[in-house]
Design a binder for this molecule. Structure first.
Ligand code: 48N
Length: 332
């Protein structure tokens, strides 16, 4: 039926150069194929000459509402079941989290990666670039990732500029989401950590997963009875929650409250110093506590390293580096 519908639509398209004649193809006798009649009567009512587009008299295959429901919910709940135990949980789908998921998909595509993003849309600060000025600066040599992703840019010598931040972010995201072993759970907040004593560490505590909830529930805990959170067990957690916002630096704040941050206190990110900041973030990307790797700007919270403002090379490279650190943790 689908093929028949397509052939009806294509045969009604006028041949190039022919007099524009709108032949109302006989719509397939299918429930809901109202577009043909709608096209003709709408134009007649408006007294408009018939127009001809490749999409005139378009006929969809029929569908039932329950089919759409099941097509979505079956897959979502299957994913929740499958990713209840993930090799890697990445908290935050901003530039660092996405770059980490991308790198894992490249070097270890067999690993099950759950990517958790509290917003409805992933991307974090990279989605819009700095302050809605949509061009994105990436300092060399981090631009090599853009070559790999075939994202066009303008070369300014020691840095490059992507004309719209969303071009980089959406391209990176599409590569990540093509990997069948990566599942993005968006609108889903990590609101706590799973922490257990690790016999291999002489009983010292290790991060072993995350506690999640719908973001709106996580934000409304104070007003709602506690809607029970969900949990995901992980071989290693990579946290890239960024440095501000209602959910910013979630993991660092939780580690601090649990008394797990090495040195005991969280200095918070330093003032802006673009020149120094990016190297500090990439160089500092590491397993901060057993079972948890920090990447991107969340790391600045625990190291006190300076912020860099709207330049994104360090986020990309920190995320990629975090992937390799996470692999090393899994191999221990
Ligand atoms: O973009 P962010 O905030 O974080 P990064 O580290 O990926 O990139 C940082 C970058 O955007 C900058 O801040 C730039 C370079 N500016 C620096 C500066 O000097 O100001 O992405 C973090 C993502 C966001 O999408 C959040 O919504 C999400 O993580 N998130 C969470 N998702 C799930 N659960 C949480 N608890 C959570 N917390 C944050």
């Amino acid at each position: 039926q689908r093929r028949a519908a397509a052939s009806v639509a294509s045969s009604s398209a006028p041949k190039r150069g022919s007099r524009v004649v709108t032949r109302v193809a006989q719509p397939l006798a299918q429930p809901g194929s109202q577009s043909a009649a709608a096209d003709a009567s709408m134009l007649a009512r408006a007294g408009l000459p018939p127009t001809t587009t490749p999409y005139d008299n378009y006929v969809f295959a029929s569908i039932r509402e329950a089919e759409v429901n099941r097509a979505m919910t079956r897959r979502y709940f299957k994913d929740m079941d499958e990713f209840a135990e993930s090799d890697v949980v990445i908290v935050g789908a901003g530039s660092a989290g996405l770059a980490c998921a991308y790198e894992l998909g490249k070097v270890a595509p067999h690993l099950k990666v759950a990517l958790l993003e509290q917003s409805v849309a992933p991307g974090g600060g990279a989605w819009l670039g700095g302050q809605l000025f949509s061009a994105m600066v990436v300092r060399k040599p981090a631009h090599l990732m853009l070559d790999e992703l075939e994202v066009p840019y303008e070369d300014e010598g020691h840095y490059v500029v992507v004309r719209h931040a969303a071009l980089l972010t959406s391209t990176l995201m599409s590569h990540v989401l093509k990997n069948p072993n990566v599942k993005l759970f968006n609108a889903t907040a990590v609101e706590d950590l799973i922490v257990k004593p690790d016999p291999q560490l002489g009983g010292a505590r290790r991060v072993a997963g995350v506690v999640t909830n719908w973001s709106l529930v996580a934000q409304a805990h104070g007003t709602q009875s506690c809607m029970d959170p969900n949990v995901i067990e992980a071989g290693v957690v990579v946290s890239a929650c960024g440095h501000d916002g209602p959910f910013g630096a979630t993991s660092v704040k939780r580690l601090a409250r649990l008394g797990m941050v090495p040195g005991g206190e969280v200095p918070g990110m330093g003032a802006l110093d673009m020149e120094a900041a990016e190297g500090a973030i990439v160089g500092g990307t590491r397993e901060v506590v057993p079972g948890m790797v920090l990447a991107g700007m969340e790391l600045a919270e625990v190291d006190g390293s300076p912020r860099m403002g709207p330049t994104f090379g360090a986020m990309i490279v920190s995320g990629r580096r975090a992937a390799h650190v996470a692999l090393a943790v899994l191999e221990k």
